[in-house]
Design a protein around this ligand. Structure first.
Ligand code: ADP
Ligand code: ASP
Ligand code: MG
Length: 448
């Protein structure tokens, strides 16, 4: 059971969360929590201030962090002085260490990815400690697990790649051990460590991924992602009105939606669940009675269009070279460069002497562009967005392309890519046109 930031944001949310967990105790849940809402953003800010050697600024923010958690402990455990004291000792311990660490970063004025991973992982340590105490105070005997004992990654500190074998090896023993004399166990999402124990994290939004890695490793009967919407919807409800909740979608559809911008799931969440065919349920912690969305094996899912997703800020890299014409090995050379610089590509389209690819704008593409420019002309288009229409076998649906593009007569489309997976048709538009495009397509596909 994974609870995201808004599902553990404050007293009300945590009280609801504890009651949801209480209803599942028969099934021995592993509870995975994110940092309280906005806390990871605050920790990023703290690390930025430290890198700028703005000690006063960083300390001010650290003060806010400590106060928010101490106040929360008071609110959650007014009648349990022992658990409340325990929680406050842990909060103060974590915050004291963080203050010393940030002090050292300010003194050196240098923030390595390794140091940043240490700073930003503290949100989950704070939330999991407070919630563990609050669960005990509420009568649920809860044991605490440090995720770094079991979620093993490589040394990409800010976006660790999980070592599936090591995780499958470690998690069951750690969870079983923690379950001795306990009704529930709790651990942190997002945080991980290398095989030698150096702290890493799984990347923004990575708590979903933590939950599915743990679910895979213990052969869970299901993975529950508790969040702030009623399930996976036909589009992002923050961008489009009248979206509908989807009862069930396939692993492939969910993976494509997450990869192509639906923030409700971390893009890599699906893969560990697929390995063991474990259903994932996306549920609303503010409406626990709702049925949410079930993410299941494809054979249980009907064909048809399920959602329109988008990535607001992407770059289109256009690579021109006459050397490409009638030669083999050119594409290999190009993509080896993307791989070398660890830049992940979303869409690809090629013509006789041109390759266009899209990448998320958050990635650093300077190395790729520099190296490609040694043998090709390279132009990068920024301020572009990517729209994806997703659904099982949509490519075979009669009239779907017509329906998708009909509302876009006046809109410039830069690139179109239809995945061989039969699940996804994507295209690139100007960023300024995005919201309008997504709303129009949604209206045409889902609101008639
Ligand atoms: P959490 O903190 O629980 O992990 P997130 O903010 O990461 O929550 O994800 C939930 C949010 O994802 C929703 O509030 C919603 O705005 C957004 N979202 C984007 N696309 C979709 C979609 N297709 N269905 C549901 N929610 C979506
Ligand atoms: N707290 C982390 C983040 O905000 C991980 C998560 O919430 O999934 O990115
Ligand atoms: Mg999330």
């Amino acid at each position: 059971m994974k609870f995201g930031g808004t599902s553990v944001a404050n007293y009300d949310a945590i009280t609801r969360m504890i009651s949801i967990v209480r209803g599942r105790l028969d099934e021995k849940p592993v509870v995975v929590v994110s940092a309280l809402s906005k806390v990871t953003d605050l920790l990023y800010k703290i690390s930025d201030e430290a890198a700028l050697r703005n000690r006063a600024g960083a300390m001010e923010l650290l003060g806010q962090l400590r106060k928010r958690h101490l106040d929360l402990a008071d609110e959650l455990m007014p009648d349990s002085p022992e658990e409340c004291r325990d929680a406050k000792e842990k909060i103060n311990g974590i915050c004291d260490s963080l203050v010393s660490f940030v002090d050292a970063v300010c003194a050196v004025g240098e923030l390595s990815p390794r140091s940043k991973a240490i700073i930003i992982s503290n949100g989950e340590y704070l939330s999991s400690n407070v919630i563990c105490c609050a669960m005990n105070a509420s009568g649920i005997r809860t044991n605490y697990i440090d995720a770094r004992r079991m979620i093993v990654t490589d040394d990409d500190y800010l976006k660790g790649e999980p070592d599936m074998e090591a995780i499958s090896d470690k998690v069951p023993g750690v969870v079983l051990g923690a379950y001795e004399y306990a009704d529930a166990v709790i651990t942190q999402g997002f945080v991980s460590a290398t095989a030698s124990g150096e702290p890493t994290v799984l990347g923004r939004g990575g708590s979903d991924y933590s939950a599915s890695l743990i679910g895979m490793a213990i052969d869970a009967t299901r993975i529950e992602i508790w969040t702030d919407v009623d399930g996976v919807r036909t589009a992002d409800p923050r961008r489009v009105d009248n979206t509908k909740c989807l009862d069930r979608i396939s692993f492939e559809e969910a993976a494509e939606m997450a990869h192509f911008g639906a923030k409700v799931l971390h893009p890599l969440t699906i893969e560990p669940a697929v390995r063991k065919n474990i259903p994932i349920y996306v549920l609303n912690s503010m409406n626990p009675e709702g049925q949410g969305t079930a993410i299941l094996q494809s054979s249980f899912i009907e064909d048809g269009v399920k959602s329109v997703s988008c990535k607001e800020n992407i770059l289109v890299i256009n690579i021109f070279s006459t050397k490409m014409i009638n030669t083999s090995g050119f594409l290999k050379k190009v993509f080896a460069i993307f791989s070398e610089y660890k830049v992940s590509v979303d869409l690809i389209s090629t013509s006789e002497a041109n390759i266009s690819v899209t990448v998320d704008a958050s990635q650093d593409i300077r190395g790729v562009v520099g190296t490609l420019s040694e043998f090709a002309e390279v132009y990068v288009d920024s301020d572009k967005s990517q729209v994806s229409v997703i659904g099982k076998n949509i490519v075979n649906l009669k009239g779907l392309l017509e329906q998708t593009f009909a509302p876009l007569r006046d809109c410039r489309i830069y690139m179109i890519s239809q995945g061989a997976s039969y699940v996804n048709i994507s295209f690139v538009v100007d960023r300024s046109a995005l919201t309008d495009v997504v709303r129009q397509i949604h209206k045409y596909l889902f609101e008639v």
